[in-house]
Design a binder for this molecule. Structure first.
Ligand SMILES: Cc1cc2nc3c(=O)[nH]c(=O)nc-3n(C[C@H](O)[C@H](O)[C@H](O)COP(=O)(O)OP(=O)(O)OC[C@H]3O[C@@H](n4cnc5c(N)ncnc54)[C@H](O)[C@@H]3O)c2cc1C
Length: 325
């Protein structure tokens, strides 16, 4: 009989884990709380324009992740982006970086992972229950599914702690991880407003990133679309502030830092990533209990990049495959 494995979270860690489990012959079911998949590889629409309001670009340090990015690019879901940054190059001009971005948006990066997977969206997992030697999954609406031979919990560490609280010493282990909030501002203008450069990093104590989103390949739309990320410190101080007030304050700070004349945006919207950026990682690729056949993966295991999520998710899949074979 084909064994069933549940994956919680359809971000890069969850979907890369699910794909490897599926390829190993298991029946895999993925449960995602949001209406869309991708997690922090996220693309949102404001009117007719799209914005990458989570991860901005990808770099491939390991051969395995580079191969994955090549695969995604070959399928047309990613391309190179070469923005001009404010960092001075040897000639004194803007430095050119060449990064990988999803097309038409960052969320497209996970598309090739979803083939043959059963993914249920708008399903927030509330509790994991051990019944005999298998798992039953309970959702917020008090419905349940199961039994599953194993469960991969691929959500940010603070959320994983809630789900794995009763499994051995996992809560204690995950307590070492620290994740910071991050406000993301999406803002659209009819005309061009930013100076020559397309990206600016660590502008002020409040603003850690500004990007001209519409210079990424495959983005349509008119005028200029800009994404601004606030610093973890400022985001933490303003976690409970109204998003509209945050949007006004961030744009005012950014335009002041860039020395822009007063210009009114057409649209703007601020979103808080409550567990956005890893400040302190676990230092292990994933966590897995062979005794209970349950584990956790995510960027927070290894670092703060999407590549870490991929490495963690595929590592957890390998361990689950070994333990069920
Ligand atoms: C503002 C920002 C900028 C970034 N910039 C970059 C960058 O430029 N380059 C880079 O490499 N990385 C960047 N990152 C980090 C990158 O986005 C992450 O490392 C990566 O996307 C994490 O993937 P993940 O699968 O571990 O987690 P996530 O993407 O967070 O996926 C977890 C998924 O689980 C779901 N979930 C959570 N709880 C439950 C539940 N109870 N039930 C069901 N589903 C649940 C969530 O909705 C989510 O879809 C950035 C992150 C942020 C926030």
């Amino acid at each position: 009989m084909t064994l069933k494995v549940a994956v919680i979270g359809a971000g890069l860690a969850g979907l890369s884990c699910a794909r490897d489990l599926r390829r190993a012959g298991f029946f895999v079911e993925v449960f995602e709380q949001e209406r869309v998949i991708g997690g922090r590889l996220a693309t949102a629409r404001l009117g007719t324009d799209s914005f990458d309001y989570g991860a901005q670009y990808l770099t491939g340090r390991s051969a395995k992740f580079r191969n994955f990015l090549d695969e995604v690019s070959d399928l047309g879901y990613a391309a190179r982006w070469t923005p001009r940054s404010q960092v001075s190059g040897p000639e004194g001009g803007g430095q050119m970086n060449s990064w990988i971005v999803g097309t038409p948006g960052m969320a497209s990066i996970v598309r090739p992972l979803t083939e043959s997977l059963r993914i249920q969206t708008s399903r927030r997992v509330h509790t994991l229950e051990r019944v005999d030697k298998s798992w039953k999954i309970w959702f917020e609406d008090e419905t349940s599914v199961g039994p599953f031979a194993a469960v991969a919990v691929c959500v940010p560490a603070p959320e994983a702690r809630l789900l794995l609280g009763r499994v051995g010493d996992m809560t204690q282990i995950m307590g070492r991880v620290r994740m910071a909030p991050c406000w993301a501002l999406m803002i659209q203008f009819d005309e061009r407003v930013l100076p020559e450069q397309d990206v600016f990093s660590d502008m002020t104590e409040t603003i850690r990133w500004i990007a001209r989103n519409n210079t990424k390949p495959g983005r349509g739309g008119r005028g200029e679309t800009i994404v601004i990320h606030a610093s973890p410190t400022w985001s933490r101080q303003t976690e409970d502030v109204d998003p509209d007030a945050v949007a006004d304050e961030l744009w005012s700070e950014a335009s002041h830092a860039l020395g822009l004349p007063p210009v009114r945006p057409n649209r703007k919207s601020a979103y808080l990533w409550r567990h956005g950026l890893v400040e302190q990682s676990l230092g292990e690729t994933f966590i897995y209990s062979h005794e209970h056949c349950v584990g956790a993966a995510g960027d927070w295991c290894l670092g703060r990049l999407a590549e870490h999520a991929f490495e963690s998710g595929t590592g957890l899949a390998k361990s689950i495959i070994n333990s069920l074979e």
